[in-house]
Design a protein around this ligand. Structure first.
Ligand code: HEC
Ligand code: HEC
Ligand code: HEC
Ligand code: HEC
Length: 164
């Protein structure tokens, strides 16, 4: 609509160079104002949503679900020290098959006991393979053990009935 109005004015403005300048500057500044207003609204809108959704980074995490017992680990030490503040080591980036609703959404929101399409990775596989020889929670522990640290490797080192 604005383009149409502009075209219609063109011949008149061409005859009056100074007026043309004014018209253009008004057009630009009013559309810039509209753009800025939109940018502000979406910026604060999005910020409000993230702030409302983002839970606090936990000190300790207890994951339940396995019949072997729950798994409790020091989240803060893992996030800050072992993974060197790289949250993405465990909280992967959003994937197109099922995009994230929040930056560090609960794994089990998407990785369920039995994977249902479009998901392929079930709960267990999100953390380790069936024999716990490989996987997110195991690879780094094997590396730590190789360096002489004491990190859990056996089923019962992680899964404990008392972790509820
Ligand atoms: C060693 C793996 C690991 C690292 C590294 C890690 N997290 Fe987590 N985090 C988890 C797991 C596992 C959960 C529990 C998810 C669940 O309940 O399904 C969790 C839970 C959370 C939650 C709570 C989510 C909710 O809705 O309850 C927040 C917030 C969070 N992490 C933030 C962070 C931030 C910020 C970092 C980086 C500074 C980070 N995490 C690094 C594994 C990790
Ligand atoms: C919003 C949904 C969603 C959340 C939350 C989520 N994932 Fe995923 N994840 C996916 C999708 C989609 C894939 C790719 C398809 C598949 O493998 O099922 C995937 C794949 C994976 C894979 C397979 C390897 C790879 O990268 O393709 C692992 C391991 C994994 N996720 C671990 C986790 C862990 C651990 C958490 C929590 C800290 C988590 N995911 C949270 C959606 C999610
Ligand atoms: C980036 C490396 C890394 C990843 C990924 C990782 N860990 Fe660890 N974890 C360690 C190290 C290193 C230790 C031993 C620290 C020490 O005592 O020196 C450890 C210790 C532990 C311990 C015993 C001490 C504690 O924190 O309670 C548990 C339980 C544990 N990890 C669970 C997990 C689980 C569950 C996952 C997957 C969600 C995981 N870890 C992923 C590095 C990692
Ligand atoms: C480094 C810690 C760690 C070790 C070692 C480990 N697990 Fe796990 N396992 C987890 C975490 C974390 C989960 C996700 C939480 C849950 O589902 O209980 C999980 C999930 C599972 C699940 C899926 C439960 C469900 O909710 O669907 C099974 C089954 C399982 N583990 C069996 C084993 C077996 C068997 C071993 C030994 C061969 C083992 N785990 C060793 C951390 C570990």
């Amino acid at each position: 609509m604005r383009l149409g109005a502009f075209t219609r004015q063109e011949p008149v403005i061409a005859a009056l160079p100074t007026a043309r300048c004014r018209v253009i500057s008004v057009t630009i500044s009013s559309s810039v104002r509209v753009l800025l207003t939109c940018a502000c609204v979406s910026l604060f809108g999005a910020w409000g949503m993230v702030a409302a959704q983002a839970p606090k980074e936990p000190e300790t995490v207890v994951l339940t679900g396995s019949p072997l017992g729950g798994v409790k680990f020091a989240h803060k030490a893992h996030a800050r020290d072992y993974a060197a503040n790289k949250c993405e080591t465990c909280h992967h980036a959003s994937k197109p098959e099922k995009p994230l609703k929040a930056q560090q959404e609960k794994c089990t929101d998407c990785h369920t006991k039995v994977a249902a399409a479009p998901m392929k990775t079930k709960t267990q596989a999100a953390f380790h393979d069936p024999m716990a020889k490989k996987g997110l929670c195991v690879d780094c522990h094997q590396q730590a053990i190789a360096k002489g640290k004491k990190a859990p490797a056996k089923c019962a080192d992680c899964h404990k009935k008392e972790n509820v």
